[in-house]
Structure formats: structure tokens, C-alpha cells
Design a protein around this ligand. Sequence first.
Ligand code: COA
Length: 416
Amino acid sequence: MSKPLEGIKIIDFTHVQAGPACTQLLAWFGADVIKVERPGSGDVTRTQLRDIPDVDALYFTMLNSNKKSLTLDTKKPEGKEVLEKLIKESDVMVENFGPGALDRMGFPWQYIKELNPKMILASVKGFSDGHHYDDLKVYENVAQCAGGAASTTGFWDGPPTISAAALGDSNTGMHLAIGILTALIGRDKTGKGQKVAVSMQDSVLNLCRVKLRDQQRLDRLGYLEEYPQYPHGEFSDVVPRGGNAGGGGQPGWVLKCKGWETDPNSYIYFTIQGHAWAPICRAIGKPEWIEDANYNTATARQPHIFDIFKTIEEWLADKTKFEAVDILRKFDIPCAPVLTMKELANDPSLRESGTIAEVAHKERGSYLTVGSPIKFSDMKPEITASPLLGEHTDEVLESLGYSSAQIANLHQQQAV
Ligand code: COA
């Protein structure tokens, strides 16, 4: 089956997570993605947190599927020459080096554009161009702190907290992918490429939009009615950490289920959606609360929301998280079990949909990865293994017109 991005050639000059997550997504959808890596070592994630000696680490294999690997020292003249040829033939170049690295290498945007006016250069940096921190190198957790996620995550009596979700890395990569696809459509209209830049700080902040909403409400009102601090606690002049509170119009909390004393994940997330109040009361055996003036509106419930959650926990005490959700789903109550990575890895629905994919790898045997979270009616992305370091060097050089003798010569000059 032909894929929508077939025919789009991408120079993948990325490393670690933010850039690779973007190019991997585009490769799943059919783009020809050539990962350019430093000879001898390659992407640092090949060796980070290895679980099998001398075999590419899962960190690498799970972010670089469906790609080719070309080893090239782009600081040496002969490597530069290959990169120039590639730029002339490609549609997109994606990079997430530290600030200024591409310029120092001799490939500023101005030059790339000269080599190929149709080229789309897509960059990830920690902070946007012109920001007072734009010289900083940035990793995931740094971005979570800079983008407002950390100050608003965790409990009010604990420190700012990092989310396990890659809000700084993969999230930025997804933003970049949207930028690239937009620039490709723009190029169809104008015939010209352009530079697309996404910063990790901006991408985190984009996902923290509701917290900026809350800051403005707090400035105006002095309190936030859906936070656990309301109405008994105190507010300062900044959005507080709200623990596990629901962020929108419906209060929610993580509630204990049967076995929580020994199983740290025996919990469900329970949401008290306004219009589901009557079904909730019926489900938990409190029909008298349906019409009770102390409970029958969201405003009436809020002062004793934690007493309500406590009552629900009493109802949950003899039910596992799965049993509880099976009951609550019949009452149309928004809820879910707190799932572990082990449970997700073995979830038959996720296997069936391709969200958890098992991939065969030349050296490590098979491994699990997260497949495309985006589903299409006419295409099912097939996940293939990540490339070994330099696996496609000769193939790519041949496609650029290099003879066998020239390729052998290049290998010698590039040797580390
Ligand atoms: N051939 C020759 N040189 C290469 C090369 C290749 N194939 N690939 C990379 N290099 C060089 C770079 O040009 C750079 O050279 P420099 O000495 O002029 O700086 C050098 O390798 C180091 O690159 P850099 O990206 O700065 O790596 P780092 O390990 O010091 O920093 C990050 C890593 C992630 C902190 C940094 O790249 C960064 O801030 N990136 C932008 C934000 C980002 O994406 N962060 C999240 C990643 S998940």
C-alpha cells in the first residue's frame, strides 16, 4: 500500500529524543528518512541505558524505527560534500543540535537555502530564537521547568514535580512534525521551502495552556474553585500545585481500590462530571444524595468534595480497579484504572490496534515499542526495526552517484 509521505526525503540530523520522535513519525507515514550519525559512535542513545551488552539500547530502537542510518563526519570536507549533495536532493532537514552547532558546522540556514531553495529546515531548540535563554542546551526536565509544567505539577506541600510524560522531548517533536507538514503544503503553493523552528519551552507551555487560564482567573478572583486549596486552604498569587485534581469543570481524584495497601497502583481515576451526579449516587449506593441540597450542584459539593471521595473509596474497598471500572462504565461515569507499564505492554486491545508493536531487530531479537497513536482508515503504519549504525551508508552514497572506489575512499577518510 502506498503511504502519503512516500517520495518525501528527509535528512534526519537529530539525536536523543525530541528530533528522533518527529522523524520517526514521518517515517511511519512513508517518508524516506536518512539518519546522519557520527562515525564510530552515532546517536548517544544507542549506548544509553543498555540492557544487552554491545547492542543498541531500547532508547534508540524505540525512537528510530523505519529509518536508514548514514554515518558521516560532517565536520570533515568529504563529509560536508556528501551532506551538500544530500541537501540538494532532499525535501526536509531536521536537526536538534545545541544552539549554533549547525552554523559552526558550516550549514547556516542561509547556505542551506542557497543549496536548495525548496528545502524545509526544521529545528528544535530549548528556547526560541531571541529568547534571553536561547544560548542554553536543554533536556526534557529542564524544559518541563521552563515551560510551566513543573511549577503546576505535584502536591502543594511538595516540590515542583516532573511528569513522566515526555512533554519537553516527544511533545516538541510532535509539534515539529505538524510544522514540517504545514511547510510541505505551503511549498506546494509557493514552490519555496522555509525554516520551521519549535522550542521545547513553547511546546511545554502550549500543553500547559489551562494553567495560564488559571493564572488569569486567580489574578482576577484570588481563588480557584476547582483546586483542593478551595475553600479551606490559602492561595498565593501564583497557580498552585493541585495534586490529582481535575483541571477542568469536573472534580476528580485518584481513589484507592481493593489491595492498595500492597499494590501501589491499585487505584482508579474517578471523575464527578456534573451531569453524571445522579448515576454516580446510584452506582455508589447513595441515592439520597441525588436531591440533597448539600450535594445536588457542583457548588454545593465543592466544600466537601474530599468527603465525597472518601465515601466513594469506602465503596471501592472490596473492588479491584478493574471490577470498579466495569461497574462504573455501566453508569456512564468517566473513569479508568491506573495502569502500569506491564499492564499496558500486555493489553490485548493495544496490541490489536498497533499502539503497542512488537518489532524484530537484527541484534536484539524482538522488542516492544509504541506504534503510531494516529490511526487512518486507509493506512496502517508498519513499524520496522531501527537501523544499525551506518547500515545504509553505502546504499545512500550509491544513490548520490558515488562509485565503489569513491565509497571505499570515503570510508577511509571518515574512519575514526
Ligand atoms: N559529524 C560531526 N560533528 C557532529 C555530528 C556529525 N555527524 N553530529 C553532531 N556533531 C557535533 C555538533 O556539530 C556539535 O559540535 P560543536 O562542537 O560545534 O557544538 C557537537 O557534535 C555536539 O552537539 P550538541 O547537539 O551540542 O550535543 P550535546 O551532547 O553537547 O548536547 C543537547 C545535547 C540535547 C543538550 C543539545 O543538542 C541541545 O540542547 N539540543 C537542542 C534541544 C534538544 O533537542 N534537547 C532535547 C534532546 S531530547
